[in-house]
Design a protein around this ligand. Structure first.
Ligand code: SF4
Length: 364
């Protein structure tokens, strides 16, 4: 194993990102082989358990209620529906189920209790369970941990500076606070970001500084390429080039050697050859299923064909960490406190987000 550093500077990360391509690829692949089996890639399934109607203004997100997109919202899925989907995912090679709810934050109450039951149910299927539910308090994170949650996803999205250009309804520190609350439990942290939102390379490096200087570093880091959705403020952004994607994956691998680097949104825009380069550069996790929350994703059979071609094997569940135990609701040490996480509301507006909101209103 190569030593994991928690003191990376932006300058050092930029120097890595800007290396000649072949050198960067070679260095990243070398770090990857020392820390991971290069022929194993985790397959995760992302399930949108509650779609649309979110009150936040994330400029990339078609689920924000204020933008005009074609997303059909739905209420929280039932535990049985989720179980059926998890079993289907398991039968097609997924070892992890990630449940996403379009919430600003978790609110104690019936719906959260239902999510806790989903976590218990999937953990009992011997699959890793991840949730992405917005901001959580420490008590809520503890309750998720008790239910058997393996990972909590909360992306930093971009650098602290560029975050302000994309989201105005909460601040960067709010994200870090939730990550901190999760860290107080035995749940692992999944946190990454999106490239192609109009940020510059310094912002990409800035995001990697924020992630790599966390101690411990996140166990999982998704690298998303923006999928520009019509009706959102970022609808006109140009697709990310494969070279940028590989550079970002390789740099993440070098500065976060033990982390599972996840190829997430944007895979439909990538060729198999492009994805193979990402695996070589250190990506060792993908999302399966024809939808990623609301955006398109490659068909699972196509992914399996690619695995066969490349000689890749899906990662078994609990390879990196033992399975958490599930505590039943009646034996829980942590009770509902009726909490709602507090967050800051930075006093700035993002013109393009406002314009998208106005446009959406006019179309209704
Ligand atoms: S990314 Fe999450 S918090 Fe932001 S608008 Fe979409 S669902 Fe809401």
């Amino acid at each position: 194993m190569s030593a994991t550093r928690h003191n990376w500077t932006k300058e050092e990360i930029l120097e890595i990102y800007n290396k000649p391509f072949m050198e960067l690829l070679y260095e990243a692949a070398t770090v990857h082989r020392v820390n991971h089996d290069p022929n194993v890639v985790q397959v995760s399934t992302l399930l949108s358990i509650k779609t649309g109607g979110c009150s936040e203004d994330c400029g990339y997100c078609p689920q924000a209620a204020r933008y005009h997109t074609d997303i059909e919202g739905n209420d929280l899925m039932s535990v049985q529906q989720v179980k059926a989907q998890a079993l289907r995912a398991k039968s097609t090679g997924s070892s992890r189920v990630c449940m996403g709810a379009a919430w600003r934050n978790v609110k104690d109450g019936e719906e959260f209790d239902q999510v806790l039951e989903m976590v218990r149910t999937i953990n009992k299927l011997e699959m890793e369970v991840c949730c992405t539910l917005g901001m959580v308090t420490e008590n809520q994170a503890q309750r998720l941990a008790e239910a058997g949650l393996y990972a909590y996803n909360h992306n930093l999205d971009s650098s602290e500076e560029y975050y302000k250009e994309v989201i105005s309804t909460r601040g960067y520190q709010d994200r870090l606070d939730t990550i901190d609350n999760v860290r107080k439990t035995n749940v692992t942290v999944c946190s990454g970001g999106i490239i192609g939102m109009g940020e510059n390379i310094e912002d990409r490096a800035g995001m990697l500084v924020a992630l790599s200087t966390l101690n411990p570093q996140p166990e999982s880091t998704p690298i998303n390429a923006l999928v520009a959705v019509e009706g959102t403020p970022l609808e006109d952004q140009k697709p990310v080039s494969i070279w940028d994607m590989v550079r970002m994956v390789a740099t993440t691998r070098i500065v976060m050697p033990e982390t599972q680097v996840r190829l997430s949104a944007g895979r439909t825009q990538m060729t198999r050859e492009g994805q193979a380069m990402c695996f070589f550069a250190g990506a060792n996790s993908i999302f399966a299923g024809d939808k990623l929350l609301t955006t398109p994703n490659p068909d699972v059979n196509e992914d399996m064909k690619m695995f066969e071609e490349l000689g890749l094997n899906p990662q078994k569940p609990f390879t990196k960490k033992v399975q958490p135990q599930t505590v039943e609701a009646q034996n829980s040490e942590y009770q509902s406190l009726g909490e709602k996480p507090k967050w800051t509301r930075p006093d700035h507006t993002i013109e393009r987000n406002e314009a998208a909101k106005v446009k959406a209103k006019a179309l209704k």
